[in-house]
Design a protein around this ligand. Structure first.
Ligand code: SAM
Length: 383
């Protein structure tokens, strides 16, 4: 592909990403993969170059742009070589005319304001869209696995930080790709061999698998979710990891309580659906998707799953609430509301390898901890 054709490809992709963000379509990564699967003529260098252009534009623009062309024009405004690719050639974009590029910025203004209200200052906000590192968790049986360029991560003996682009697929069964922050917040569950644990919002099971390792594969983990497709990815992962204590339970939305009536768990982990503001490093276009109305719906769902989770904790057991968001409405405010509505429950102090105390829990941020952003709280049920 010529440089001009790469620019046009980035514009086309950004068009699709903007529409998907507005209409709840697929993630940018998925759209990029689909785009190139239909254009076999594009080589690996072309794909990398186009991808970099697309993500540079997404990171540069806080507000969702009108379309791909104004997004790329914003990049071209400070990059003469890129501006020169708007040359009107056969596969390239039309020459730059009297056009207004998209406005640069960190995040949509309403989200910046809510993050600031949660104490996330400008430097912390900027770090939310840095590039994320590639972290993995080794299975205990493979703790001495030699991975080229792997760095240890302090406080997490089985975690390694790998050079970008490392081939982890070659080690399936010996490791899981999992952000160090995600590994750290799972430690708040303090699970031990023999316990009964409910991972209420298990998804594809990243945290269930980590807990099974912490439990030395002894005890019982019920991994539940309302999303069949996500939950179905857990069984093959558990098999590869030889995590035999995990059983999956697909929940019918709004009938979760009946489906979990037999569960009295030592620990209920709720990795709740959330806005994902703490994971924007991995999918920065997610900040173009979120709206106040969507956030309100997520907050309502969080309340719902907290109430379900509380009913499955045995007396004196623990409820661990996690969100990968830095918005207080999804973290501390949820926990405060829960404690106010559930007399006898108490927040417990946490000692984790990362994070700082924040209201009734602990907060991890990319700038402070080098991890994705999380809020986690551990709540003790009355005896
Ligand atoms: C943050 S994701 C979980 C990620 C997962 N724990 C992991 O570590 O990979 C949140 C999950 O909550 C699930 N969820 C949403 N509403 C739910 C409900 N009412 N009951 C159970 N799970 C629910 C979603 O389907 C989604 O998979």
């Amino acid at each position: 592909m010529t440089p001009a054709a790469r620019t046009q490809a980035a514009i086309d992709l950004l068009d699709a990403i903007v529409i998907a963000a507005r209409e709840g379509g697929a993630a940018a990564d998925t759209l990029i993969s689909r785009y190139f699967s239909q254009r076999r003529y594009a080589g690996s260098k072309d794909r990398r170059a186009v991808r970099e252009l697309v993500y540079a534009a997404i990171r540069r623009l806080g507000e969702r742009p009108a379309d791909g062309r104004v997004a790329m024009l914003a990049l071209a405004a400070t990059d003469p070589a890129l501006a020169a690719t708007f040359d009107g050639s056969t596969h390239g974009p039309a020459p730059i005319g009297d056009e207004v590029p998209a406005v640069e910025g960190l995040h949509p203004r309403w989200l910046s304001e809510r993050l600031a209200a949660a104490g996330i200052d400008d430097a912390e906000q900027a770090a939310l869209i840095d590039r994320a590192p590639l972290d993995v968790r080794l299975h205990p049986d493979h703790a001495d696995l030699d991975l080229p360029g792997a760095e240890p991560i302090s406080g997490l003996p089985l975690a390694r930080r790998l050079p970008a682009g490392s081939d982890v697929a070659a080690h399936a069964g010996a490791l899981e790709v999992q952000d160090a922050g995600s590994q750290a917040v799972t430690l708040a569950a303090a699970v031990a061999p023999g316990m009964t644990v409910l991972d209420l919002c298990a998804g594809a099971g990243g945290k269930s698998l980590a807990m099974a390792a912490q439990m030395a594969n002894e005890g019982r983990i019920i991994a539940s979710d309302v999303d069949r497709a996500r939950l179905s990815r857990l069984a093959p992962r558990a098999e590869k990891a030889a995590a035999t204590i995990i059983e999956t339970r697909l929940l019918d939305p709004n009938r979760e309580v009946e489906a979990l009536a037999d569960v009295q768990a030592d620990v209920v982990l709720i990795d709740a659906p959330c806005s994902g503001t703490g994971t924007w490093r991995r999918n920065p276009e997610a900040r173009w998707r979120l709206t106040p109305a969507r956030l309100d719906r997520l907050i309502e769902t969080q309340r719902h799953v907290l109430a379900i989770g509380a009913g499955a904790v045995k007396p004196d057991g623990a409820l661990v609430y996690i969100v990968c968001s830095l918005l207080d409405g999804e973290g501390p405010a949820q926990v405060d509301a829960f404690l106010a509505a559930h007399p006898g429950w108490q927040a417990e102090p946490l000692t984790l390898p990362f994070g700082r105390p924040h209201h009734a829990g602990t907060r991890l941020t990319p700038a402070h901890d080098g991890t994705d952003g999380f809020f986690v709280a551990r709540l003790r049920a009355p005896c």
